[in-house]
Write a protein that binds this ligand. Sequence first.
Ligand SMILES: Cc1cc2nc3c(=O)[nH]c(=O)nc-3n(C[C@H](O)[C@H](O)[C@H](O)COP(=O)(O)OP(=O)(O)OC[C@H]3O[C@@H](n4cnc5c(N)ncnc54)[C@H](O)[C@@H]3O)c2cc1C
Ligand code: FES
Ligand code: FES
Length: 480
Amino acid sequence: MKRSCYIGVENRFSEEGKTSEFLLNGRRTSIDGAAVQTTLLDYLRDQGLTGAKEGCAEGECGACTVVMLMDDAGGSAYRAVNSCLMFAPMAAGREIYTVEALAQNGELADVQKAMAAAGGSQCGYCTPGFVMSMFAEQYRRDREGPCDPHELSGNLCRCTGYRPIRDAALSLGPAPAGEFLDRLSQPAQRLESVDHQTTTSRFSRPTTLEQCFTILAADPEARLVAGGTDVGVESNLKGTRWNHIISLEAIGELREFSETEERVLIGAGLTLNEIPARWTAAPEAFREWLVLFGSPPIRNRATLGGNLATASAIGDGAPLLLALDASVHLVSKGGKRVVPLQSFFTGYRRTALVPRELIAAIEIPKPLPTFVKFYKVAKRRMDDISTVAACMTMDWDESGRVDRCRFAFNGVAAVPLRAAAAEDAVVGQRWNEAAVERAQAALDRTLRPISDHRGSAEYRLAVAKSLVGKFLWNRRETAA
Ligand SMILES: Cc1cc2nc3c(=O)[nH]c(=O)nc-3n(C[C@H](O)[C@H](O)[C@H](O)COP(=O)(O)OP(=O)(O)OC[C@H]3O[C@@H](n4cnc5c(N)ncnc54)[C@H](O)[C@@H]3O)c2cc1C
Ligand code: FES
Ligand code: FES
């Protein structure tokens, strides 16, 4: 397939307002007529691009991985994404590459040669997905030294075993000169608005909040979607269908970031992997948190706004942000309001958001705490949903007594929460074993976890208590 990189992609708004295109392996492709909730994966396979496979349809296996061009500090980057979790119209105006684009004139690309040489493929079902994740990593602009095998952690293989795949990744040199590399010196295509309609449903992608509120006012039942890593699973696994989906991806106001002496403001629509390049002074705990969140393809799409809006009792954004005393900036046609995150979660899967209101940004006040740790306990260390997660922070006064302390948890109640009684039990005291015991006793009195397939109530309580003990040991290690 002949590629022609960086050709301008128009989202043509014919008077019917129905046409949208994207650049697929270098060729303009129309998604006109595609059902709104067709996954990008199904769309690609319908085009005969059958390298990407469906394993799980929920972002877990990586068999569907393709790369999408995204802005990266003035240039662009190839980002691995799960095509099973994107609706086809989300591709409008984007530049997407599948495994079929890599080999040229019958010659395999470096990543394909490396996989073959290392014996990294047996049945081959997972291979195109691994190859695309490896491709994105080989072309990572800030890469120094060998490829990072952790970038493959969103790809599962059930027959080859990971050693040869890891060897293949580690054997790769710098990205070779050529069209793919040249493309990265140009920014990604700016996303335009989209109005994609079929006889039964509609997909809108406004580019401003004002446009978004106008669309919402006309159709208050429309379903909002940001990265789609929750909504896509609901669509694929529960089979939920919506008459109208409004994508927030192109709204510039949701993608802002700023940092002052007083606070950090993170746009609710920034993907998780976009945040570190902006929040360069983030506490180390933020980076510890980030790598434990889903997988690279999930982090390339998931947003903080989406994470908080789901109000999942086991969502990982909440404990981190609760411990940092964050507030959410909410916007609607009527104006803006700021709600402390502590009062944002109003019940199981319920939030303070009112209809037609969005999370615009997350504000973290400064100064940041002196000592911050994030802990995630799950059945697998990486790429898993928390059984219990906690973020703990502490500051000390000049006499060495605890001045400010936050113990925030998920997985221990119907909502993510701060354990205020445990915090009170240590403030004004020295941080030692006796303080840990007082905090643990307070957790015993106040936490009421539920039992489910991830862990019993007793287990979750025991984990929460043990993490407080770990926080003391981590502090001692750091201070030593
Ligand atoms: C394989 C996999 C692994 C995952 N791992 C983790 C994990 O480790 N930790 C974790 O916490 N979660 C995890 N998740 C869940 C999910 O990725 C996160 O909740 C993610 O942050 C959701 O963001 P999103 O932009 O994709 O949300 P979307 O799916 O786009 O939206 C989720 C909900 O939020 C609403 N919404 C989105 N943006 C806004 C906004 N700005 N204002 C108001 N409402 C909004 C949408 O209407 C929708 O109801 C995982 C999911 C998958 C599929
Ligand atoms: S099919 Fe498994 S991640 Fe997409
Ligand atoms: S080669 Fe068979 S699943 Fe990976």
